[in-house]
Design a protein around this ligand. Structure first.
Ligand SMILES: [Zn+2]
Length: 387
């Protein structure tokens, strides 16, 4: 299939492609970039001048969670068949919104992996999923109801091994407490450095990356020094509250270990714009880590109350606001940079020969206005147009 008459952004460059406006897609991959005037009229499909970018990537979702349910203990009230149908429905809606890849950072019963496999087999046209399964957490710790409780290193490795048996794509560890879990304290670290370092070592030897949930500063510092691949949230919670306990030593470890920050800024953060204390604190922290050399990637934590799975396109302009990103940098954080952070940097996130044909098309240029992302004109996953 040849697509003609496009404006192409490759996922990396500072601007649209100057040389090519067409591409050939074969076996689900981008075969080559071309010029429309070099393609015979009959051979190509006229895309009418649409703007095309690599499909968007959300680095942090929970496919099993219904964002309309506030109490996590009520999430399991559906039958397995019903839950699978809901996960499939979410993945289909995400794709229609332009999200071609998402990383699932936790659930209790591996149902999202069933849907992942169905999508990978080509039996469901939906968002490509990478799945972590049960997060490793402390006893009664954050999201312990998902079954990944571990009292010590030995038990943590048992949980890790169980995820490998279930064919997870990566390992998730709760390095601090969290908000979703009654009795859990976001500021507190759940594991020490040595334990996290060993978890990373074992995961790495099994070719798995580690994502670490971190609100409190001690947990952030532990995870950064252990060399996890991504720090989720990175809320800098200390004795004085959220965003108040920035630690430059932890940030230096992030840079040294190439740890990316996934700040889980969802579309609902719009409500904080203009709220002077929170907004200024967040902006200052995000500016400091970027100036130190830490890369940000796009993520929403979709599935938690009020955060919808298909809303990443609405979250990207909000992330750009809080992180002080130009549109092109925000788009890299949601395409090529995000792909590299989650281990798919040679597969998705770019429009280049050899990459998967995961793309989203818009009527106007998202490099000039991120609000364009809310209204895709068409979406392609693995070379197939989504309905
Ligand atoms: Zn989460």
């Amino acid at each position: 299939m040849i697509l003609n008459n496009l404006h192409i952004w490759d996922g990396v460059a500072a601007d649209l492609h100057g040389d090519f406006d067409a591409m050939e897609i074969k076996d689900g991959r981008i075969q080559r970039l071309l010029r429309s005037d070099a393609v015979g009229d009959a051979a190509g499909r006229d895309m009418g001048g649409l703007f095309v970018i690599p499909g968007l990537i959300d680095a942090h979702v929970h496919m099993c969670l219904d964002p309309e349910i506030k109490d996590p203990f009520e999430q399991g009230q559906y039958s397995v068949t019903e839950q699978l149908a809901k996960i499939e429905d979410r993945a289909v809606r995400m794709l229609a919104a332009g999200i071609t890849t998402a990383r699932d950072l936790g659930g209790g019963n591996w149902l999202e992996l069933v849907v992942r496999d169905k999508i990978n087999a080509g039996d469901l046209l939906a968002t490509r999923l990478l799945c972590a399964g049960q997060p490793i957490t402390s006893v009664q710790g954050h999201c312990h109801f998902w079954g990944g409780e571990a009292a010590d290193l030995a038990e943590a490795l048992v949980v890790l091994e169980r995820q490998l048996e279930h064919q997870v794509d990566l390992i998730k560890v709760m390095a601090t407490g969290g908000n979703l879990t009654p009795g859990s304290t976001p500021a507190n670290a759940q594991f020490d450095r040595a334990t996290l370092a060993r978890i990373v070592e074992v995961a790495t030897s099994n070719k798995r990356l580690v994502a670490a949930h971190c609100h409190g500063t001690t947990g952030i510092a532990n995870a950064a020094s252990a060399g996890v691949s991504t720090i989720e949230h990175c809320s800098w919670v200390g004795a004085n509250g959220w965003g108040q306990d920035y630690d430059p030593v932890a940030v230096a470890d992030m840079v040294a270990n190439q740890v990316r920050v996934s700040p889980t800024i969802n579309a609902g953060w719009k409500r904080y714009i203009g709220s002077p204390a929170f907004e200024a604190r967040m902006m200052a922290n995000l500016e400091k880590i970027q100036q130190a050399g830490v890369q940000l990637i796009a993520s929403t934590d979709a599935g938690i109350p009020g955060v919808y799975h298909h809303h990443l396109p609405l979250a990207i302009p909000v992330m750009a606001h809080f992180a002080g990103l130009t549109p092109v940098r925000a788009l890299r954080a949601a395409t090529s940079d995000c792909a590299a952070a989650i281990g798919l940097g040679a597969e998705v996130g770019r429009i280049q020969p050899g990459y998967c044909a995961d793309m989203v098309f818009y009527a106007s240029n998202p490099l000039l206005d991120l609000d364009v992302l809310a209204s895709p004109a068409a979406v392609m996953a693995r070379g197939r147009f989504s309905a």
